[in-house]
Write a protein that binds this ligand. Structure first.
Ligand code: ADP
Ligand code: MG
Length: 238
């Protein structure tokens, strides 16, 4: 599960159509990257899918159900925020368990799911620490753990690595790719970094001023860029 369809999605703030008209299909299990320059509407598009913003017009389906007006909690998706969104006063265990506690799961069920996520993310030995006692990479893994325990239909990442240093970014990219390979869950990943897009994506969506310039695999975009914007942005030889 994790098929997401956008039909004629428009998002306007006042008179300004930040997203004029987007049609997009995301298949179950795909790793999709939204890439484009700063201010082109990547975060807005992700927030529309997450339900954190309401569409002005158009329709969003998730796994065959009209989700256009569902609140975020009922969409079955998990947004992964940057690691600084962790609760500093809570242990890693409590941070990861937080959405489960909100959902009313028993302590026992919470612990089972936390242990499972911690094993996947190599955090089993850190569950009693607080975020301040972890490295940047470990903190980012805790943020991902908080998404994993919800067993979402899709993970939504908005530039999750942008406050990490360059070396750690490379490691975390690899870890997120491996996580996708083991979970096989749909992931939508927003970045302004072409290298991140080209190395991580099954499918890249190139955005420019709220419009899709091209959708394709990294190889498609490199060898057959649809226009000069895509060629210039991806750095392909056209
Ligand atoms: P990106 O994530 O690609 O950098 P955003 O989606 O954050 O871009 O923003 C796209 C455009 O929408 C920008 O011009 C931004 O100023 C505008 N925008 C985003 N959110 C709001 C808002 N709540 N009110 C008005 N304008 C907004
Ligand atoms: Mg953004």
């Amino acid at each position: 599960m994790g098929k997401i369809t956008l039909q004629h999605v428009n998002k306007s703030f006042g008179e300004v159509a930040v997203i004029p008209d987007i049609n997009l299909q995301i298949e179950d299990g795909e790793f999709v990257v939204f890439v484009g320059p700063s201010g082109c509407g990547k975060s807005t598009l992700l927030r529309l899918i997450a339900g954190l913003e309401d569409v002005t017009a158009g329709r969003i389906d998730i796994d065959g159900t009209d989700a256009t007006h569902l609140p975020p909690a009922r969409r079955g998706l998990a947004m992964v925020f940057q690691s600084y969104a962790l609760y500093p006063h809570m242990t890693v265990r409590k941070n990861i368990a937080f959405p489960l506690k909100m959902a009313g799961l028993s302590e026992e069920e919470q612990e089972k799911k936390v242990q499972h996520a911690a094993r996947i993310l190599n955090l089993s030995n850190y569950l009693d620490r607080r975020p301040g006692q972890l490295s940047g990479g470990q903190r980012q893994r805790v943020a991902i753990g908080r998404a994993i325990v919800r067993e979402p239909a899709a993970f939504l990442f908005d530039e999750p690595l942008s406050n990490l240093d360059a070396a750690l970014r490379v490691t975390m990219r690899q870890e997120i790719t491996e996580l996708h390979q083991s979970l096989k869950t749909t992931m939508i990943y927003v970045t302004h970094d072409q290298v991140e897009a080209m190395t991580m994506a099954d499918k890249i969506v190139v955005l420019n001023a709220g419009n899709i310039e091209q959708v394709g695999s990294p190889l498609d975009l490199y060898h057959r860029p649809a226009n000069l914007f895509v060629a210039g942005f991806i750095g392909s030889p056209r």
